[in-house]
Design a protein around this ligand. Structure first.
Ligand code: SF4
Length: 245
């Protein structure tokens, strides 16, 4: 349910920014949410939740609260978006990397700013740096596709403790990420070559579709064969698919 709610809130904010600046009011945002919810009624993931009337009302109320919190963090009338839900893709060696930027804008100085909405819980101070590590990916995409590194990348958290976390990517951080991605991909290719996939337990296991077949949890991987028809690595790393929003 959190991911589907995140999709709904992202869509409402996208619709809000399609309006001219002076129309981007809290009331208009709630209208956009009504539209987004109407679109979700035919969405496969939303239908899969099988919400009853009361649960659907809770879902809508929770999404509405996120939009209210959004207005405590910034005034959308002052934002100059130049791209919404922007899919960017680039090649790194033999690998294609791609990601969707929620909002790309120009600040008052004409610099690029990337905004990523987060509808989950804001990170603790200890987790903050690791969460920011991922945003350099957006910087890499902008640099490769648009020829310019963004001056800032900001994460806007719309959960219980709304906050904005901002970082300024540098040439070093962006280059470091490109090297890291290439190293990860080489490791993936080596693992495929030797059919050597060792399970590594982490908190993410709770979201893993293969947990029931995972040897780390007493499962039998051979039983999972029917879940994947692929015989080699997919040559695309998709940040959009990996981003829980
Ligand atoms: S449950 Fe999934 S993520 Fe966790 S170790 Fe097993 S395969 Fe990896």
């Amino acid at each position: 349910m959190p991911a589907t709610k995140g999709t709904t809130v992202h869509r409402a904010l996208e619709l809000l920014f399609l309006d001219p600046p002076d129309l981007r009011t809290p009331e208009r945002a709630q209208d956009c949410l009504t539209t987004a919810l109407a679109e979700m009624v035919t969405d496969e993931d939303y239908l899969g939740l099988e919400l009853g009337d009361a649960e659907a009302a809770d879902f809508a109320a929770s999404a509405a609260r996120m939009l209210e919190r959004y207005f405590t963090l910034e005034d959308p009338r002052t934002i100059n978006p130049i791209g919404l839900e922007l899919m960017l893709s680039t090649e790194l060696g033999s690998l294609t990397v791609r990601g969707i930027i929620d909002r790309l804008e120009l600040d008052a100085a004409g610099e690029l700013v990337v905004t990523d909405y987060k509808t989950g819980r804001a990170p603790s101070q200890a987790q903050e740096q690791s969460r920011l590590g991922g945003v350099h990916f957006y910087s890499l995409l902008c640099e490769r596709v648009l020829g310019r590194r963004p001056a800032r990348v900001q994460l806007i958290y719309l959960g219980d403790q709304p906050q904005v976390i901002t970082t300024s990517p540098s040439e070093q951080s962006t280059r470091g990420l490109a090297r890291k991605l290439e190293a990860i991909w080489s490791a993936v290719e080596r693992a495929c070559e030797h059919d050597d996939f060792r399970p590594k337990r982490s908190a993410l296991c709770n979201w893993c579709n293969f947990k029931a077949f995972c040897p780390a949890f007493g499962g039998d991987p051979s039983q999972a064969a029917s879940m994947s028809k692929r015989t080699g690595p997919q040559r695309t790393l998709d940040l959009a698919a990996a981003d829980a929003g």
